[in-house]
Design a protein around this ligand. Structure first.
Ligand code: PMV
Length: 316
């Protein structure tokens, strides 16, 4: 049997991170410049049921049965077997590679899950719908995030810009129209910041002062609604100041950092129309709204201000 592979892109949150965990809406979009890839290879020489996992980027080479149950890769593989009703899989190797930096707000965990789910299901002769892929990936997100909203697995499974709102009985997921494509420069602070920590800290702060935090989250939610309307209307210039306001609210929520502040300031100075952290915060990536003219100077300024990497992506 030939090897089967699947890819999944990274993502950015344009507006609404953290508040989205508390029921406010958020907007996210795929970033195709970085990708996770899963390849499934048949191993006819190994006994049936042998599942080998190779993830050279993180130095992992193991049998599935040797990994702890809560290992995200083991979880995702076992979930596909359960979903498809496979008791004993054919002998196979799952090989995972990724160019998405980990713990940096670009959705690396969700992208690996989505790529593995698609490739493995295809290999086993079952094509899953985007909804099914999304739901399986969400289960693994709980290991990465603690109390995830579900936005990461959703935008990555659907691979389109989405408006997302967490709901107790079925999340609201809308693929919305980008009337006029726009450019976003992404700057990586180089600081690893696992989302589970920032989400946990925000939860503790919210529990200590729910009124203050609910008010901050509601202000973020209002910006998200305005931003969606502007994107659907092609009024891109309006987004810049709203990104700045969203960033200021995230700083009040407690998830900015000196490195992110430096990058946001540098982007502004070089002509960005707006800038904010993106994802869990305290490190990871920030984003800046740029034009064809300011893209290059903003990326250069970000690098001079300490960005380990910059990516220019088009939201469309
Ligand atoms: O995976 P990250 O770092 O992009 O964070 C996801 C966004 C949060 O709102 C911080 C968490 C969540 O589950 O929505």
């Amino acid at each position: 049997m030939p090897a089967i592979s699947a890819k999944a892109s990274g993502k950015i949150i344009l507006f609404g991170e953290h508040a989205v965990v508390y029921g406010q809406p958020a907007i996210a979009a795929p970033v195709t410049q970085v990708q996770a890839r899963a390849m499934i290879m048949a191993e006819p020489r190994l006994p049936a049921g042998s599942v080998r996992i190779q993830a050279p980027d993180i130095g992992l080479e193991s049998w599935l049965t040797d990994l702890p149950e809560n290992n995200p890769l083991a979880m995702v593989i076992n979930q596909v077997f359960v979903k498809i009703g496979v008791d004993q899989p054919p002998a196979l190797t799952v090989r995972v590679t990724s160019t998405i930096p980990v713990a940096s707000g670009l959705g690396s965990g969700a992208a690996v899950s989505v790529a593995v789910i698609r490739a493995l299901a295809d290999f086993l002769g079952h094509r899953l719908t985007d909804d099914e892929v999304c739901a399986l990936a969400y289960e693994v997100e709980k290991v990465h995030h603690g109390t995830p909203s579900g936005i990461d697995n959703t935008v990555i499974a659907f691979a389109r810009p989405i408006f997302f709102q967490r709901r107790p009985y079925g999340n609201q997921i809308e693929i919305f129209k980008v009337a006029k494509p726009f450019l976003i420069a992404i700057g990586d602070s180089g600081v690893n910041s696992p989302t589970v920590h920032t989400v946990g800290d925000v939860r503790a702060a919210w529990q200590a002062d729910p009124e203050r935090y609910e008010h901050l989250f509601a202000q973020v939610g209002a910006l998200v609604q305005s931003a969606r309307q502007a994107i659907e209307a092609g009024a891109i210039d309006r987004l810049g100041p709203w990104m700045d306001q969203n960033h200021a609210l995230l700083a009040k929520i407690g998830v900015s950092s000196p490195e992110l502040e430096r990058l946001v300031a540098a982007a502004h100075k070089a002509g960005a129309l707006g800038a904010k952290l993106s994802g869990g915060g305290r490190g990871g990536n920030m984003i800046a709204l740029v034009t064809a003219e300011t893209a290059e100077p903003v990326c250069q300024a970000l690098q001079q201000a300490g960005a380990k990497k910059t990516i220019l992506t088009t939201i469309q």
